[in-house]
Design a binder for this molecule. Structure first.
Ligand code: MG
Length: 386
């Protein structure tokens, strides 16, 4: 297949209200920001999403800083580049903003998949027939009763395949005891978003009594050695999220035996190829993975769903039905979850298009930029099938 000639890019910053505020160990949000990336070429459009969280909810990158990186750095780089590729080599060293990279990289993969008239999963080496179980993630609430109420309500609505609760010092054992009392042996896990330190290793080891699927990111992002100490003491599998930020970081984690599970977030690792390399490396090491989310709007969520059909994605994903999070979804169709399984939209590429009316309603700003470069439609070495 010949290379594709790109002619323009449209960036749209949208801000969609959440159905209710979401709180984790150190912050809370009430709206979801994202930058939608549309790349136009030869009558086709590829969709991507750069999805940093507002403020310092998750990382130093914000919607405003990612907007600047896209408009002042990455798009000019595309304008100068002779030829882009799906391995993201042209992005190497351009920025440390993985969200901005993910937006552009995702749009190029979607474009190539559409040009080939193939679903994204088939380019990635996935299997579109695989089930994609969805797990409920519940934030920190004011009272345990509120927490139990949310779990009951959401599980009844969508039939999730596991429940994840956010924990922090002072909000861990009490909620866990209450969830076990109310919901019996529901598949359950916790996510601490780095809220604990090495001094907490013994109390965390004592959570073995709750029979959790895994404990996600208990210690600091950079403390792989601490996670290795904990993993050696704990029967419950340790999962890395924030620490698993690059291929190299996961390589180090594997070498240190720092985790038995890895949460792959496309927004954090920045390119689908990096995500695929992490997938392959962990498979080789006997470490199972699952697809995490920020959460993203429908474009980013859909990319994670396609990736979730790869063989070493063996735990339920955090991707949930659009209506659970957002008052409206920017894609048609929205993300649907039936009896705890996500519905992968059929058709080439991601299988979704933008809902222009919703995008217009929640648009913060938009920019259309002309580009003139070519995209090599070949897959990176060792990935997918031709
Ligand atoms: Mg997490």
């Amino acid at each position: 297949m010949n290379s594709l000639r790109l002619d323009r890019i449209r960036l749209t910053h949208v801000r969609v209200p959440l159905v209710e505020p979401f709180a984790i160990s150190h912050a809370a949000i009430g709206e979801k920001d994202a930058i939608l990336v549309e790349v136009f070429a030869e009558g086709l459009v590829g969709l991507g999403e750069a999805s940093p969280m507002a403020g310092t909810f998750y990382s130093a990158q914000t919607p405003e800083s990612s907007w600047s990186v896209l408009t002042e750095n990455l798009v000019p780089l595309m304008q100068r580049a002779q030829e882009l590729d799906l391995a993201g080599r042209w992005l190497a060293g351009a920025t440390d903003d993985s969200f901005a990279c993910c937006g552009v990289d995702g749009s190029l993969w979607d474009l190539v998949a559409r040009a080939r008239n193939r679903p994204l999963w088939s380019l990635l080496g996935g299997n579109g027939q695989r089930e994609i179980p969805s797990g409920l993630a519940v934030g920190i609430h004011g009272t345990i009763e509120e927490l139990l109420d949310r779990i009951e309500r959401f599980v009844a609505a969508h039939g999730y395949r596991r429940v994840k609760i956010k924990v922090k010092p002072g909000w861990d054992v009490g909620p866990l005891e209450a969830v076990r009392r109310r919901f019996g042996d529901v598949p359950l896990m916790v996510d601490a978003n780095c809220a604990y330190g090495r001094q907490d290793i013994e109390p965390i080891v004592s959570w073995d009594r709750f029979g959790l699927m895994m404990i996600e990111q208990p210690l600091a992002r950079e403390d792989l050695e601490g996670h290795a100490l904990l993993a050696a003491r704990c029967h419950t599998p340790i999962c890395l999220d924030e620490s698993a930020e690059t291929v190299e970081a996961v390589e180090r984690a594997v070498a240190l035996n720092a985790a038995q599970v890895v949460n792959i977030k496309l927004q954090r690792v920045g390119t689908l190829w990096a995500a695929r390399r992490i997938h392959d490396m962990t498979a080789e090491a006997g470490i199972g993975c699952w697809m995490g989310t920020m959460p993203e709007l429908g474009v980013g969520a859909c990319a994670a769903m396609h990736f979730a059909t790869l063989p070493n994605i063996v735990y339920p994903t955090d991707v949930e039905a659009s209506e659970r999070w957002f008052v409206a979804e920017v894609t048609t169709p929205p993300v649907r979850c039936v009896d705890g399984l996500l519905v992968l939209p059929p058709g080439p590429g991601l299988g979704v298009s933008l809902n222009a009316e919703v995008v217009r309603r929640y648009r913060v700003r938009e920019e259309i930029i002309q580009v003139s470069c070519r995209l090599r439609p070949v897959l990176p070495p060792g990935i997918g099938s031709e």
